[in-house]
Design a protein around this ligand. Structure first.
Ligand code: F0G
Length: 458
């Protein structure tokens, strides 16, 4: 008999989680005003709200914590991180920050000016936020296929080179300080970018004279997809693929809470010494001295070890196969999803799941609430609540896709949990015709409303 696939680690420490009753969940959800961000985590059985900062560190990472050097300047933990970053990405200089958006804040303080245009592949919310906050604009140049939920493309995170070139032609190059490539592209469903595409983007950037920055939160998962889907990479080690990917970048921002498998942390990598020196000033102002940024020594140690483990093939295979395992289970029940499955999450297609709910009643949020009520499983709405209101007209912006994201924390849940999640969602799918009413907003803040909005059932 062929031996089946199994996880590349065993469990050394556990954290109890508790199942609840439907009645309890009804009460808790009502008290949380139908916003899953307002729930206490102990009211959740399987928490798929995010894969950010929710991973389980390894025994080696925990032992590295004990070796942290907490010196203000020149700590050995900083030097260790510098060495790992240089080895993995090829960047000589880096600045530690407390998380990904802090890296964006520091780097964009240097690079982004009022009126600038920043092309990229479906920029992440905080990236876009930091661009728009500086009165600049993010222009989405993702390939068209990315907007068709079930159309197959191995690299749905790719940048459309024609769209990109049009943007570069339309504006003076001084107005385009950089192109941002997000690896994998979270907003378009955790979809990867091919090496070929990275190479082409880099060539165009150099032709026009601008920078390429990689938003690197899930760079290792992207490398796994290059290895398994792109011709010529099957035999290459992940670390070599990562090195080649970053030969096409001038710098990187990193949320280490994802592929570096730590609970907090981030950094900026620089290919250019002068850019590093200029950005250092902002780092000192916003984050901390250049050798610790927003991080303690122990956290830098765990992060360095996490980068090493996060780029091991066996780990990545376990990780990506678990996400696909959940996807396949849901598919066997006919649940509509975004395909191919993402690296870090499954995205449910809420409009197809609940076609009877009008868009004014928050389709994806309605679905996310039903899934919580069914089994205590928490996902996150990627729909009208997240898209927010138009700043000028104050009208709701209705996005093309209404989705519920089920993001899988790294090394945290077993496949039995995935079976449980799939069964809960299959049950909701079976009774979907009985769900005839959505939600109504009671109170909302002026921006970033999805975190704190309060709703009621219609
Ligand atoms: N870039 C990408 C692609 C991200 O997915 C995130 C965070 C960030 C930047 C910001 O990093 O949270 O460390 O400040 N994504 C989380 C998520 C929040 O749930 O997808 P951060």
């Amino acid at each position: 008999m062929e031996l089946p696939f199994a996880e590349s680690y065993k469990i050394k420490m556990v954290e109890p989680i508790r199942r609840s009753s439907r009645e309890e969940r009804e009460k808790w959800l009502k008290e949380a005003y139908y916003n899953l961000f307002n729930l206490r985590s102990e009211y959740v059985y399987v928490d798929l709200l995010t894969d950010s900062g929710t991973g389980a560190m390894s025994d080696k990472q925990w032992s590295e914590m004990m070796l942290g050097d907490e010196s203000y300047a020149g700590a050995s933990s900083y030097l260790k991180m510098k060495e790992v970053i240089k080895d993995l990405f090829g960047f000589n200089d880096f600045l530690p920050t407390h998380q990904g958006r802090a890296a964006e804040n520091v780097l964009f303080s240097l690079l982004v000016k009022k009126g600038d245009i920043i092309p990229g592949n479906s920029h992440f919310d905080t990236t876009k936020g930091h661009i728009e906050f500086r009165d600049a604009r993010a222009v989405d140049c993702t390939i068209e296929t990315a907007f068709h939920p079930t159309e197959y493309h191995p690299f749905k995170g790719n940048i459309d080179i024609d769209k990109l070139e049009k943007v570069l032609n339309r504006h003076p190059i001084e107005k385009i300080p950089m192109i941002i490539v997000t690896l994998t592209c979270n907003t378009s469903g955790g979809q990867p970018v091919s090496m070929q595409n990275l190479k082409e983007v880099h060539a165009i950037a150099k032709k026009y004279g601008t920078l390429v920055i990689f938003d690197s939160a899930r760079f290792a998962e992207n490398a796994y997809f290059i290895k398994t889907r792109e011709e010529g990479y099957a035999e290459k080690p992940i670390k070599d693929i990562v090195r080649e990917m970053y030969s096409y970048a001038d710098g990187m921002t990193m949320s280490s809470k994802k592929d570096a498998i730590v609970n907090m942390g981030g950094f900026i990598g620089f290919g250019d010494r002068e850019m590093y020196e200029k950005a250092s000033v902002y780092n000192i102002m916003f984050e901390g001295f250049v050798t610790y940024g927003g991080m303690s020594g122990r956290d830098m140690n765990a992060l360095s070890q996490g980068l090493i483990e996060g780029t091991e093939f066996d780990y990545l295979e376990t990780r990506i196969k678990q996400v696909a395992y959940l996807g396949e289970k849901l598919k066997s029940h006919g649940v509509p999803m975004l395909e191919p499955f993402g690296g870090h999450a499954i995205f449910l297609n809420a409009k197809e799941f609940l076609p009877q709910i009008p868009k004014e009643e928050y389709i994806a949020q309605t679905l996310a609430c039903e899934i919580y009520l069914e089994g205590g499983v928490r996902g996150v709405e990627i729909g009208t609540l997240l898209a927010d209101r138009c700043p000028d007209s104050r009208q709701n912006r209705y996005p093309k896709l209404e989705m519920v994201r089920l993001a899988i924390p790294r090394r945290v849940y077993t496949n039995s949990h995935m079976d449980y999640v799939a069964a809960a969602i299959a049950n909701v799918f079976e009774r979907r015709h009985g769900i005839t009413k959505g939600l109504r907003i009671l109170r909302e803040p002026p921006i970033m409303r999805h975190f704190t909005v309060e709703l009621e059932r219609l």
